[in-house]
Write a protein that binds this ligand. Structure first.
Ligand SMILES: [Zn+2]
Length: 303
């Protein structure tokens, strides 16, 4: 990657609705008993990207691919030029705290599920559940031949907010399954860089974009909170960043009313804004991105 190149990567984490019940310490639900975010959020993102000519990366919780409808949508994404990458096999928030063999199994199963869709083994990228990483995870990713990692979210405001809500939920006696594995990650390098693992292997890391200096997160949820007016304020700061890695979640393109999403999930800021408004906000931001950066999938950003 050269100093002057400006690449804009767009990605969507396809977290099932059941994971939001885990985050918010609500009574657990099985994913198949809930509205599918593949048939709503993912399909809508595919449509928006098609209209704008964007090729994106979808980070898939690969156990979802055993559902024929999800698999068909994943194959459609591939046909339309998008990249599918691993968001682990079952999305355990505490993946990095699990025994080595269990982490290896998650990575292996996830790779195999993507290979079954025709993706080459050494072309598979990774994003960790809840952005929680560890030197051991990086080692295992490199060992298993992953193409790159994009788990780093070097955002102190995010980690502080997360720690605050985890504490609040614990005090309310409904602990979240989400964790803060490593505070230092919030202060990591915000630019693409090569990680050297403890055994000397290397792996490209593409951090999720934060604004220079203030490290405000540039992700779907914060774009929704800012609205179109707020986005105008951050545009000059965003323009200074040579490599933009813009992260959305499938839930960002849903509407709790029309998609039958539980009102209890209105704890999510994205669930309080109507779908049409969110789509306008995202379209506006993505058009700005296409204007100033060359759109690539994350896999294509690996030098
Ligand atoms: Zn996730």
């Amino acid at each position: 990657m050269t100093e002057t190149a400006k690449f804009g990567a767009v990605n969507v984490d396809v977290d099932g609705l059941h994971l939001y019940y885990q985050i918010h310490g609500l009574t657990p639900k099985s994913n198949d008993s809930l509205p599918s975010l593949w048939e709503t959020g993912v399909v809508r993102f595919l449509e928006l990207f098609r209209q704008l000519g964007i090729r994106a990366t979808f980070f898939v919780v690969t156990e979802d691919l055993s559902v024929p409808k999800n698999r068909a949508i994943a194959l459609r994404a591939l046909r339309e030029g998008h990249e599918l990458a691993s968001h682990s096999h079952t999305h355990p928030y505490d993946l990095v705290q699990k025994p080595r063999a269990e982490i290896q199994r998650e990575l292996q199963q996830s790779k195999e599920a993507l290979q079954e869709l025709g993706i080459t083994s050494n072309q598979i990228g990774f994003r960790a559940p809840g952005y929680n990483t560890s030197p051991q995870l990086m080692e295992l990713l490199a060992e298993s031949g992953f193409h790159y990692d994009s788990s780093s979210f070097p955002c102190p405001p995010y980690i502080l907010a997360k720690a605050a809500f985890l504490l609040a939920y614990r005090l309310q006696n409904r602990p979240s399954r989400s964790i803060v594995a490593d505070w230092r990650s919030a202060f990591g390098n915000p630019n693409p860089h090569q990680i050297r693992t403890e055994s000397g292997k290397t792996l490209w890391e593409f951090p999720i974009t934060v604004l220079p200096k203030v490290r405000f997160p540039v992700i779907g949820t914060s774009l929704i909170t800012l609205g179109k007016t707020g986005f105008r304020v951050i545009r000059p700061l965003l323009a200074q960043i040579p490599f933009v890695n813009l992260e959305f979640h499938a839930i960002d393109m849903t509407d709790h009313k029309t998609d039958g999403i539980d009102a209890a999930l209105k704890r999510q800021p994205d669930q309080r804004v109507p779908l049409a408004e969110k789509e306008r906000i995202f379209r506006n931001c993505l058009e700005f991105l296409l204007d100033g950066w060359e759109n690539r999938t994350l896999g294509e950003c690996v030098p």
